[in-house]
Design a protein around this ligand. Structure first.
Ligand SMILES: [Zn+2]
Length: 493
């Protein structure tokens, strides 16, 4: 792999199959957004791509959790043109196109990761950073133009970019990005948790999330063996699942969240979730067989022999540079993998299971035990279990209470420092005013979004006397967090 610098941007290149691919990557992704600005990175990506004339070479862009990429494959002169147009557009965003691109993005409806992985990240981190993954937020048309410009200025700079090429830098290559530093980051803290939790969420299939160290060969083998065992049991033996998927969130150079999910045939979700949980526990108890470890080693050795791997290898190099993690050559990583023992794999899985989060689709109930035989507690957004907090109790209008059993149980409690919803299951959802991440305004009503994932309607039509709660909320919460309902999405979506 060769290295150079063009216009202050690090460039890595290695010969790959023709035609050449150029990838301009930035160290910014959805984790760098806030609830109020969800989608801003994707909006900037679209604004930059909209500056391209109609071209005939392959090109695209993507926004992920930690990185954003612009890439093209073609003749050297075409790549020079592509990079020049994208860089100039990022330096001087066509903000007059925001409205049009907002509509395109809403129609596109893309997701940054699998919905099960997204829900797990939200349970781990709450409604900020990585935890924003499953949320739509206020909508692309509600992101203030100055927030778009500020996000671009902070993240789409020379100091936060890396270019990779599958051939030598072409003649005339320029990267006219604005000056700027790589942003300093503090690793996002997870929400407090003690021990494993499961919860029913708006997800299509069961999934599991484990916290562990970033660059770890035993962890790498552990997740591969887990995936292999799940495929064997759920797919080949029982035929109740087809696909096992995985994702990682590199929270810091030291810490990574590893996520795994598997689809489930309708009605078999609980069984699939139990297989997932029990398979992970068995791996922690007994470790893999040496054969299983050898199988993963052989698979890796075969993979690195594939000449098409050059793009993936360059991506990893760019990622290490942008996120500050270590970069291993294939040979170095093979040495690490070869040193892994079954006991190490069992140990990391046992450690990881202490941090486990498990999600299942809504309506599915689980009865699980951890490795000590203790029941796995139910997690979820409800943060307060116990007596209702002090405050003014608001109930649904009398007519609703007469007609509807659920309405007899729900209430809204306006406290001095926040609001609490008692839902029709009796769970208490509290959002302190200091923990509000967004307030959607619908005339005289508000929908409040909290840091732990609770959503509370503060609506005089639903709760008699809620006007007082609306007034208290408006007085206590930063007005910049308020926004009118998007014109692009219906609220039921
Ligand atoms: Zn809640």
């Amino acid at each position: 792999m060769e290295q150079t610098v063009v216009d202050g941007v690090p460039v890595y290149w290695a010969e790959g199959p023709a035609p050449m691919t150029a990838t301009l990557a930035f160290g910014v992704g959805t984790r760098d957004e806030s609830f109020r600005t969800i989608g801003v990175t994707h909006l900037i990506e679209h604004l930059a791509m909209s500056a391209l004339p109609r071209v005939h070479y392959e090109h695209n862009a993507s926004v992920e959790l930690e990185t954003t990429q612009f890439f093209a494959t073609g003749k050297p002169a075409q790549l020079v043109e592509f990079l020049d147009v994208v860089c100039r557009a990022l330096a001087d965003l066509p903000l007059d196109r925001v409205e049009k691109e907002a509509g395109v993005l809403a129609a596109e409806g893309s997701q940054v990761t699998h919905p099960t992985a997204a829900a797990l990240l939200a349970r781990r981190f709450g409604t900020s950073g990585y935890g924003l993954a499953p949320w739509a937020g206020p909508g692309y048309d509600r992101i203030p133009a100055e927030a778009v410009a500020a996000h671009a200025r902070r993240y789409f700079t020379k100091g936060n970019a890396v270019l990779t090429l599958t051939g030598p830098p072409p003649e005339g290559l320029r990267l006219a990005l604005p000056d700027g530093e790589r942003p300093a980051r503090v690793a996002q803290e997870p929400l407090p948790a003690d021990g494993p939790r499961w919860s029913a969420e708006n997800v299509p299939c069961p999934g599991l999330s484990l916290t562990g160290p970033s660059a770890s060969a035993p962890w790498n083998i552990a997740m591969l063996v887990l995936q292999e065992r799940l495929t064997t049991t759920a797919r080949r033996e029982k035929g109740i699942s087809y696909d096992v998927g995985g994702e990682r969130a590199d929270v810091s150079p030291e810490t990574t969240e590893r996520l795994i999910w598997l689809d489930a045939r309708e009605g078999r979700e609980a069984e699939v979730a139990e297989i997932l949980w029990n398979t992970a526990q068995r791996l922690a108890d007994d470790g893999p067989d040496q054969e299983e470890v050898d199988h993963e080693l052989a698979a890796f050795a075969e993979l690195i022999d594939d000449p098409r791997l050059v793009v993936a290898r360059l991506d990893l190099r760019a990622r290490a540079e942008l996120l500050g993690g270590p970069y291993y050559t294939d040979e170095d990583w093979l040495v690490e993998l070869k040193a892994v023992t079954p006991e190490q794999v069992a140990a990391v899985m046992a450690e990881g299971l202490r941090t486990a989060l498990l999600v299942v689709p809504e309506g599915v109930a689980l009865d699980l035990s951890d490795r000590d035989g203790a029941p796995v507690a139910v997690g979820g957004c409800a943060r307060v279990i116990g007596p209702e907090p002090d405050g003014r109790v608001l109930r649904p209008p009398l007519a609703a209470r007469v007609l509807n059993g659920a309405a007899r149980r729900v209430r809204l409690i306006l406290g001095t420092d926040g609001v609490t919803l008692r839902d029709d299951d009796g769970d208490l959802h509290t959002i302190r005013f200091a923990d509000v991440v967004g307030v959607e305004v619908q005339d005289g009503a508000r929908t409040v979004f909290g840091r732990h994932g609770c959503v509370i309607p503060v609506d005089p039509d639903l709760f008699r006397g809620a006007e007082a709660a609306v007034a208290a909320l408006d007085a206590a919460v930063d007005p910049a967090l308020r926004y009118r309902t998007s014109d692009l999405v219906s609220r039921d979506e």
